[in-house]
Ligand binder design. Structure first.
Ligand code: NDP
Length: 253
């Protein structure tokens, strides 16, 4: 039986670990050729190897998407080497938390540069290709899926800049959705609660201790749970657009 995404090409940013890695594997399992971008190419190759051995197509791309040129180059290389672009998953991100007054401004800048501006750069570069895929691709629909967060829906103390970056993702996505709806380029946002990934590890020790305590008794989501949400969005029929999915661990309040 032909897989739903057979003949399509997806680009997943931040695919060297966690949600991005799981999403790349999920889209490959649905039949997509997948381009995976991140800074740690060795980790991308770890993901690509078994997939290629199983007959899949995986293109690894070294890119720091905080730089507009590298973000654009990642998109252009995907199209040059895989021939098209039907699905863009903007997943790359980081979460550096702490009370505003005690946070180095550099941490804020990095989050806005990657979580928001980086996502906007890849999207800007991808839009002409996505419009082309929607006009004449195998499914005659294309997708942008932006990985936001519960913190893109509700603001929390200790998370001011992370929330600001993710609220920005929500606003950008909704405006884009309205602009592209008539061209069959769907825009979806996935808003995970706490997921068991490397994300928390980049925080200062005192912040990590607070985060571990908050979730000590809660079973977090697995990266695959979020990948399932992305795969659900991009495998819907052409006339169905899932605009927003909020996915929390059951016990997370
Ligand atoms: P991980 O830390 O496991 O993954 C983050 C990914 O982003 C890595 O592949 C990393 O790759 C990539 N990345 C970071 N900075 C850059 C950059 N400048 N250029 C390119 N890639 C970059 O965390 P998650 O899988 O949890 O995070 C994925 C997304 O999910 C993020 O947007 C995060 O905000 C969101 N999210 C996560 C939640 C959680 O609880 N884990 C909850 C809600 C949302 P590399 O370092 O190799 O460049």
């Amino acid at each position: 039986m032909t897989k739903t995404l057979h003949g399509t090409v997806a680009l997943v940013t931040g695919a060297s670990s966690g949600i991005g890695e799981a999403t790349a594997l999920a889209l490959a399992a649905e039949g997509a050729a997948v381009a995976v971008a991140a800074r740690r190419v060795d980790r991308l190759e770890d993901l690509a190897g078994p997939n290629r051995a199983a007959g899949g197509t995986v293109l690894t791309i070294a890119a720091d998407i905080a730089g507009q040129d590298q973000a654009r180059a990642a998109v252009e290389r995907t199209v040059a080497e895989l021939g098209r672009l039907d699905t863009l998953v903007n997943n790359a991100g980081l979460m550096l938390l702490g009370p505003a007054a005690a946070t180095p401004v550099e941490e804020w800048r990095t989050m806005v540069d990657v979580n928001l501006l980086g996502l906007m750069y890849t999207t800007h570069a991808a839009l002409p290709h996505l419009a082309r895929a929607a006009a004449d691709g195998p499914r005659r629909v294309a997708d942008v899926v932006n990985i936001s967060s519960v913190a893109g829906r509700v603001a929390f103390a200790m998370s001011s800049a992370y929330c600001a970056s993710k609220f920005g993702v929500g606003a950008f996505s909704e405006a884009l959705r309205q602009e592209l709806a008539g061209r069959f380029v769907r825009v979806g946002v996935v808003e995970p609660g706490s997921v068991e990934t490397e994300l928390r590890e980049h925080n200062r020790p005192e912040v990590r201790a607070v985060l571990e305590q908050q979730f000590a008794t809660i079973e977090r989501l697995q990266a695959g749970d979020v990948a399932d949400a992305v795969a659900y969005i991009v495998t819907r029929a052409r006339h169905v657009a899932i605009n927003e999915l909020l996915v929390r661990p059951t016990e997370q309040v």
